[in-house]
Write a protein that binds this ligand. Structure first.
Ligand SMILES: [Zn+2]
Ligand SMILES: [Zn+2]
Length: 320
């Protein structure tokens, strides 16, 4: 038996967010201002691996502004190699669904219903329109406003979406911003969908609450999108993995080698179907490994630091 790892074997880890607003919708900053906040104002001289390297711009489709049709051009061509901008949108007529790597907007309201009247088929149509535009669909903030904004039933029954936003950083205040429960419901039902963490940036209050570390084969927009499709990324609100891989019957998770991670205790939680905790390791050890037991549908790793931050791997699936 072998685990199927979603992670590329070799590559570069890039930090970034798939959910960013500008003043084209309800963000406080222009595109240039957003880039200034994330890229130019955050140099991370002591820890260059923490620099933001990509941002997907996902303004609400409901803003009605024509500017939404503008193509995204890198506002600072001299630093082209330093960061990657990805076009996208947040479909917002019904419950919000992110489209990544597709044209910025979708002005017309194709469903034409009040949000409360949307059916599962309507949401499926929104996802399929994103796919038609060559985009990648992510179900946004499943517990925003109320517990079942995107319920477990919806994550199980919707199809052809790629990921769920398991951490949303907008006014980060706790359980309403975390959604690993509906992710586990989808995975338990046999779906292969990934977890992402994003600031949902509107203003500086949202910054650095949640992000992704994406392991890319090439440091380009296409490289980031390929990794998102493949699941070669993890979500974080402050903890970092050095590597995640499978070695035959074992899944291995390693905390980042940066010495700053020597300080906190690390709890590795290996989680399987039903969100069940299958194995726990706590202490200063930076590596944890999980051996196949025979009945797993999937295993994912959460690494929690004693200072309260965590990182969430993608699921590993047993080879059939
Ligand atoms: Zn939203
Ligand atoms: Zn948003």
């Amino acid at each position: 038996m072998k685990w199927i790892s979603p992670y590329f074997e070799n590559g570069t880890w890039l930090r970034g967010s798939f959910h960013t607003h500008t003043d084209v919708s309800d963000g406080s900053f222009s595109l240039e201002g957003v880039v200034n906040q994330y890229i130019h104002s955050c140099r991370y001289k002591a820890a260059p691996w923490m620099r933001y390297r990509f941002l997907a711009i996902t303004d609400h489709t409901t803003s009605g502004k024509k500017e939404m049709f503008r193509p995204i051009v890198n506002p600072d061509p001299n630093s082209e190699s330093e960061y990657i901008l990805i076009e996208g949108r947040e479909d917002s007529y019904g419950h919000h669904i992110l489209g990544i790597g597709c044209r910025m907007t979708f002005q017309e309201d194709i469903i034409g219903k009040n949000e409360k009247d949307y059916t599962l088929e309507d949401y499926q149509r929104v996802i399929d329109e994103i796919l038609k535009d060559d985009g990648i669909a992510i179900l946004a903030h499943p517990h925003w406003r109320y517990a079942d904004y995107f319920s477990a039933e919806m994550t199980v029954n919707l199809e052809r979406y790629t990921a769920i936003e398991i951490i949303n950083g907008d006014r980060f205040s706790g359980p309403g911003n975390l959604a690993t429960d509906v992710w586990d419901a989808a995975l338990t039902a046999g779906k292969r969908v990934w977890g992402t963490g994003n600031d949902d940036f509107h203003s500086v209050r949202d910054m650095h609450n949640a992000w992704n570390m994406v392991l890319v084969k090439e440091e380009t927009k296409e490289g980031v999108l390929e990794a998102l499709r493949h699941g070669s990324l993890y979500a974080s609100n402050g903890a970092s993995f050095e590597q995640l891989y499978s070695d035959g019957e074992w899944i291995v998770a390693e905390c980042h080698h940066d010495s700053i991670f020597d300080l906190p205790e690390k709890t590795f939680r290996f989680i399987g179907q039903g969100g069940q905790l299958r194995q726990l390791q706590t202490g200063r050890g930076k590596t944890a490994a999980y051996k196949y037991q025979g009945d797993e549908k999937y295993i994912r790793v959460e690494m929690c630091l004693s200072c309260g931050m965590a990182a969430f791997s993608q699921p590993f699936f047993p080879e059939k």
